[in-house]
Design a protein around this ligand. Structure first.
Ligand code: ZN
Length: 505
């Protein structure tokens, strides 16, 4: 029995060479990495090192020119590009796995091996067929297959490139969709692991995909039963969407959301039905039920008491500069407004604390912050006017995304959308204050957010509302239908329309 699979490259989300340092079995690797496909890679020597050239994620693991055969070669996405390159093409791509090539670009290649390699046994192979990635596994059995027989088979199937993988007691092959798992008696020294795109990864309008394919929430393959949307804000003020996605795109990341929005972009960072890591590890049952997104907080959110971190000598940065400005405005000289908390700043803060009747400790903790923020135009008070443009842009991205998710997953914006703090109150998320510690600073509540999502959803049928406007106009109830038409059905506008209508009755 020959197991084979052809994968159009646009279905590949991610592909990597797994270096099996711990000599794990295939099932242990599948459990750990959750790939959709796995296949034994190239040969290894008695020292458990690859024999043929191998480069994994930009790192050259092995390069012996004697075995510089053509190689399967690929770069990571957003779109994975797969190719077979001639020997010596190591620098052409980030991942390179060479082995005895049977067919290179349609041409038979010399197959040079001793009797120990060339005999009948189980084998794997990989290559390209009409641009699709091609895999084949012939398990160990009573008869086995020789390299030349396997090449003849690949040729008969129309493969343009065929590279002989490893075999003989170590044919390991896994295909999640087909439900196939073949475990050799021995583990593989290295494997090619492949993750396929999931259906919900089709990009949505206005949403940029930037999947965090290394995050455990992506690689685990765990999914959710979608019951709602949970809205978060980051608590890392000043870090915007691309940078946050970058920092979470590692196997050691402790958290993950499905999307991240800021004032310029909405990023999708996980498949919508992947299990996220946003509601905490203990109480966080919402991880299994909610699609979550983070709204990036501007630098100024550092001034919210819930997010304030005490400042003391040695600290640097934006908040220190604000403290220096505030001390200066109050008549204390911090010896420079440079964002660096030195002895001058320390002395100024202590004098100020003494005059305000605060504990004189040289640390701007919660009590000192509260006292210093209590001045009109204080540099240490969150001023919504400073960030109103940012807030409005991020809010509209968040509303559009939530409306889109409610529509896609049949969710009710009034009952199925909540923030992290509401999730905590319901006992399904950890004890965080977001976003209800921030939205109200801009005069908005989660109820306002849900209402805006509802309007965004229902306002989508503009033609229906335009028809209603025409009717009102024809009945003489409003005089300027053009003013109302074209889709401005924001809450304010609809309210105005109703008032005008009522007045005319
Ligand atoms: Zn949160």
């Amino acid at each position: 029995m020959i197991y084979t699979r052809y994968i159009p490259t646009d279905r590949i989300r991610s592909m990597k060479i797994y270096i099996n340092k711990d000599r794990l079995s295939l099932s242990a690797i599948v459990e750990r990495e959750r790939p959709d496909l796995a296949i034994t890679g190239n040969f290894y020597g008695p020292d458990w090192k690859p024999v043929c050239p191998l480069k994994a994620d930009g790192q050259v693991v092995e390069y012996d020119p004697e075995y510089a055969y053509p190689a399967l070669c690929w770069d990571q996405g957003p779109d994975v590009t797969v190719d077979v390159v001639s020997k010596g093409g190591l620098s052409a791509c980030q991942n390179y796995i060479a082995n005895c090539a049977g067919i290179y670009h349609g041409q038979d290649q010399p197959m040079i091996f001793g009797a120990d390699v060339g005999g009948r046994r189980g084998r794997t192979g990989w290559g390209l067929k009409d641009g699709a990635l091609a895999l084949v596994a012939f398990p160990d059995g009573s008869d086995g297959i020789t390299p030349l027989e396997l090449r003849a088979w690949a040729k008969s199937q129309g493969w343009n490139d065929f590279i002989l993988g490893d075999g003989g007691r170590k044919v390991n092959y896994y295909d999640r969709e087909a439900g196939t798992i073949i475990e050799g008696k021995d583990p593989s020294q290295n494997l090619i692991l492949i993750w396929l795109k999931k259906e919900e990864e089709t990009p949505m309008d206005g949403i940029t995909q930037r999947m965090m394919t290394r995050n455990p929430c992506y690689t685990s393959g765990r999914t959710i039963t979608t019951k709602g949307v949970m809205v978060h804000s980051t608590a890392t003020p000043g870090i915007m969407a691309q940078a946050l996605a970058q920092s979470w795109d590692t196997p050691t990341a402790q958290a993950a959301a499905h999307a991240i929005v800021d004032d310029t972009v909405t990023l999708q960072t996980l498949p919508w039905t992947a299990r996220g890591g946003h509601a905490g590890s203990q109480a966080g049952t919402a991880n299994g039920t909610h699609i979550a997104f983070e709204i990036c907080e501007p630098q100024e959110c550092r001034l919210l008491p819930e997010e304030w971190e005490p400042l003391k000598r040695g600290d640097t940065g934006w908040a220190v500069e604000r403290l220096q400005r505030e001390l200066t405005a109050r008549g204390y000289d911090p010896k420079g407004i440079d964002g660096s908390f030195g002895p001058g700043c320390d002395a100024a803060l202590r004098s100020c604390q003494k005059d305000l009747g605060l504990e004189v400790d040289g640390s701007c903790g919660p009590a000192t912050l509260s006292a210093l923020a209590d001045r009109e135009d204080s540099y240490l008070a969150y001023d919504p006017a400073e960030t109103q443009d940012y807030f409005a842009a991020a809010w509209s991205h968040a509303v559009a995304l939530t409306a889109h998710l409610c529509e896609t997953y049949g969710l009710d914006p009034m009952t199925d959308v909540l923030d992290h703090s509401e999730g905590h109150a319901l006992g399904i998320a950890s004890n965080h204050a977001d976003v209800s510690h921030w939205f109200p600073r801009h005069g908005r509540s989660m109820d306002d957010f849900r209402a805006a999502v509802k309007i965004a959803l229902e306002g989508e049928d503009v033609s229906e509302l335009d028809t209603a406007v025409d009717k009102l106009s024809a009945a003489g109830l409003i005089d300027s239908p053009d003013y109302w038409k074209g889709g401005d059905y924001s809450a304010d506008n609809v309210k105005q329309l109703l008032i005008k209508w009522a007045d005319s009755l």
